[in-house]
Design a protein around this ligand. Structure first.
Ligand code: ZN
Length: 275
């Protein structure tokens, strides 16, 4: 795999009871950060893995019924990635690639801020929210108004990219989709959380790093193979697929403790990256 630089940025966070995310969790509200991967590629410049929370989310969830989303998972938006990049001298309009794990609002809210980017995503993910009408899109976790009107024209689907074998130390995961054709970003299906849910593997300075998006809400869930309760996984996606994906990540973690695994909302990983 071609090596790249990666940093994780916390765009904000939301609160909900821990028990909604992990079997045996507490009923007390817990903080779940919304992390974005910022990749620096030698040829393609800055590439994003997800876009996290953005003020677009606030605007899109102002009316009813979209406001229900905000009530269920109240966010605090601290550092929208587009603003963060602009403050660092990177023009969001110049970003050429955004990789989207899935279309839930806490991952896709920043898309409108990157009007010229190719959006790498799952065809199945886009199909689950595009042209579905306001209520069905909301039920799928994507409030109306979050997605750019020209998104289908700018999409490049994971399913269409060349499939390459993964290194044997990543078993039970065997192959990935080579998004840029140079082996630098390999997308891996992680089914179950919702339709068209994928993660990415990159080789960064510290070694292999698997950004697993919402295949788990915490590193603890992967270490201990503790899925969310059935009521959560059934509401969002496919419980059986999600539990299989989590058990695969648990097996990978057990076989390869050196690998860095980052769930998008893991407070432990966010703290480790901030320190
Ligand atoms: Zn999600």
């Amino acid at each position: 795999m071609r090596r790249i630089d990666l940093s994780l940025v916390e765009t904000g966070s939301c609160w909900h009871p821990e028990i909604a995310t992990i079997a045996g969790g507490s009923w007390r509200p817990a903080v779940f950060p919304a992390l974005v991967g910022v990749i620096t590629h030698p040829g393609e410049g800055t590439i994003l893995f997800d876009t996290g929370y953005d003020p677009t989310f606030t605007a899109a969830t102002r009316p009813l019924p979209e406001r229900l989303y905000r009530w269920l998972t109240p966010p605090v938006i601290t550092a929208p990635i587009a603003d963060r990049l602009a403050a660092g001298g990177v023009d969001p309009a110049g970003i050429q690639h955004v990789v989207l794990s899935h279309f839930h609002g806490d991952h896709a809210s920043g898309l409108l801020r990157f009007p010229n980017a190719t959006v790498h995503c799952a065809r199945a993910g886009l199909a689950s929210v595009w042209g579905r009408g306001r209520l069905r899109a909301l039920a799928a976790g994507t409030p109306a108004g979050l997605l750019p009107p020209d998104l289908p024209r700018r999409s490049a689907f994971f399913e269409d990219q060349p499939v390459v074998p993964l290194p044997s130390d990543l078993l039970p995961f065997e192959s990935g989709a080579d998004l840029l054709g140079d082996g630098s970003i390999l997308a891996v299906p992680l089914p179950g959380h919702c339709p068209g849910h994928w993660g990415v593997l990159v080789h960064e300075a510290r070694g292999l790093h698997f950004l697993v998006a919402d295949a788990a809400w915490s590193s603890t869930a992967i270490r201990e193979n503790r899925p969310p309760p059935r009521i959560t996984s059934t509401l969002l996606g496919d419980t059986i697929q999600g539990r299989h994906t989590l058990s695969q990540l648990h097996a990978l973690r057990t076989r390869n403790p050196e690998l860095i695994l980052t769930p998008s909302h893991c407070a432990e990983r966010a703290a480790a990256e901030a320190s």
